[in-house]
Design a protein around this ligand. Structure first.
Ligand code: NAP
Length: 233
């Protein structure tokens, strides 16, 4: 099996941390970026195959700093995982009292964050062997299956991320890069809460298995859940 270099955003806890741990356990090298505090990354911070660096995806200077730090340390990225996101919504709020500043922050982190990261790190993926970009999306971003009557900001942010994924896949076909938009399931994390369906480790395992597959670059069905079941935009 090949040993890949994997880049993960928002790795301090939840799915990002589970992915970091799993790729390390499987023998890969991981560049785990985190907003401010190591949090769960403290447990594994001395792992020999782990590079840690702070990166706030809402701040272009912070993303550029991470790029400047890494450009002499790594030659390429095989698998880039845009995982960092927030869910700031007060679920009781309907359209009449939606919090606009909160919505702007949500879109800035969840949709523009991955765009910032890709602006600086796409060329690393071009030089990689696996050539895979995974945007952690959500069923909440599906327009055709929309059932909610509120939670505007989070849902809009994941729909926008889906569009980023579709455009990027078009652009990436001649470069041999595969883009996936993956719904990780409802996970028991700070975001998903204690009553969610699955542990983040299960979602990480599913995403890991998908990341190891040989993908057809020209297939436009790139929106799927962590088990590989296709989803409709
Ligand atoms: N949980 C679910 O049920 C569920 C369902 C569908 C999709 N998702 C998606 O799955 C992914 C992981 O979610 P999760 O449940 O693991 O969430 P989580 O436990 O809340 O973790 C989110 C991670 O993102 C980081 N983050 C937030 N804002 C950031 C920023 N500006 N820059 C860099 N990192 C930032 C957080 O860092 P801090 O420690 O600094 O806050 C944290 O490490 C997200 O994309 C989420 O939208 C989750």
């Amino acid at each position: 099996m090949s040993n890949y270099t994997v880049f993960i955003t928002g790795a301090s806890k939840g799915l990002g941390f589970s992915l970091t741990k799993l790729y390390l356990e499987k023998g890969h090298k991981v560049i785990a970026t985190y907003r401010k505090n190591l949090e769960k990354l403290e447990e594994i911070k001395n792992h020999p195959n782990l590079i840690l660096y702070t990166m706030d995806v809402s701040d272009e200077n912070s993303v550029k700093n991470a790029f400047d730090f890494l450009k002499d340390k790594i030659s390429h990225i095989d698998i880039l995982i845009n995982n960092a996101a927030v869910y700031l919504e007060d679920k009781t709020k309907t359209i009449e009292n939606v919090d606009i500043e909160e919505a702007i922050t949500t879109l800035n982190i969840n949709s523009i964050g991955p765009l910032r990261v890709l602006k600086y790190f796409y060329s690393f993926v071009e030089r990689g062997n696996k050539k895979l970009i995974i945007n952690v999306s959500s069923e909440a971003g599906s327009i055709s299956n929309c059932w909610r009557d509120r939670e505007y900001a989070y849902c809009m942010s994941k729909s926008a991320l889906n569009m980023l994924s579709a455009i990027l896949q078009n652009y990436s076909i001649p470069k041999g890069i595969k883009v996936l938009a993956i719904h990780p399931g409802w996970m028991r994390t700070d975001m998903g809460g204690p009553n969610a369906d699955i542990a983040p480790e299960e979602a990480a395992e599913g995403i890991y298995n998908l990341s190891m597959k040989d993908w057809d670059i020209s297939d436009k069905n790139i929106y799927m859940d962590y088990k590989g079941n296709l989803m409709t935009w």
